[in-house]
Design a protein around this ligand. Structure first.
Ligand SMILES: Nc1ncnc2c1ncn2[C@@H]1O[C@H](COP(=O)(O)OP(=O)(O)OP(=O)(O)O)[C@@H](O)[C@H]1O
Length: 240
């Protein structure tokens, strides 16, 4: 996907929030979008998602299935969490049975079972955010855009975000994740876009970047697992 000389302002005569943005993304790429409050991260993500039209320039090659997780899930809708997800699945072209299966799968994975039949306006912000996350993933997206996905989530759900992002990218999706709190440090190996003063600076992923991964596993499997890691050139040691 290509952003070609993209300019955006909200009102005629207003300030240009994005000024001549030139960027490229590839299938399987994870991009973190950083910048201070009000820098234009959400604006950029909405342009990439196709929710805002550039005033000048264009976005080319946007993948057909876009999963969009807004910063604030619009929970003022008269559905239960389950019915909403079913309806969203059907809107995306799933048959009723496939929509029910996808909705149930994400409800379980995100720990939403107790809220399955609760109406959206009655959900806490964090729980509503989870429904917002689930709706974007009902049909595997080719472009997944998460605007501050950690906001309001509980610890268990926060820990799931990197796994969800990694799985989408491994399936060939381009994934964009915005962040103003440094949470994207949980996404090693990502391309970094920094938004400031209407411009975006892109820093490609550093293949030599080092990070520490914690793995919990059965004690009996540790020796073989370490041997495998060492054979792959990975430094690994046991800490108990
Ligand atoms: N709907 C809108 N109408 C007018 N101006 C807007 C609108 N949405 C955003 N802006 C302005 O555009 C600029 C960029 O806002 P944006 O929400 O994209 O920043 P952000 O980096 O995502 O900020 P945050 O981290 O607070 O979410 C800000 O000056 C903001 O006030």
């Amino acid at each position: 996907m290509l952003l070609e000389d993209v300019w955006l302002r909200y009102h005629r005569g207003g300030p240009w929030v994005l000024q001549g943005i030139q960027l490229e993304t590839h299938p399987g790429e994870i991009v973190t979008v950083q910048g201070r409050n009000g820098a234009g991260k959400s604006t950029l993500l909405q342009v990439v998602a196709g929710l805002l039209r550039p005033g000048k320039g264009r976005v080319r090659g946007r993948p057909p299935i876009v999963g969009w997780v807004p910063e604030r899930f619009p929970a003022d809708q008269p559905f239960s969490a389950y019915d909403y997800l079913i309806a969203m699945g059907e809107i995306r072209g799933l048959r009723a049975s496939a929509a029910a299966q996808a909705a149930t799968g994400w409800i379980e994975r995100l720990g939403l079972e107790p809220f399955r039949d609760v109406r959206l306006p009655e959900l806490s912000k964090g729980t509503a955010q989870k429904v917002g996350l689930a709706q974007a993933l009902l049909v595997p997206p080719r472009l997944l855009i998460l605007d501050e996905p950690w906001e309001g989530l509980d610890a268990a759900a926060r820990a799931l975000v990197p796994a969800i992002v990694g799985e989408a990218a491994a399936n060939g999706a381009t994934v964009l994740v915005s962040d103003h709190r440094g949470e994207t440090a949980r996404l090693p190996g990502a391309t970094r876009w920094t938004v400031a003063d209407g411009s975006v600076t892109a820093v490609p992923a550093d293949p030599e970047e080092q990070c520490v991964v914690e793995v919990v596993m059965a004690a009996g499997e540790v020796t073989a697992f370490l041997a495998h890691l060492h054979s792959q050139g990975v430094r690994a040691q046991v800490r108990s």
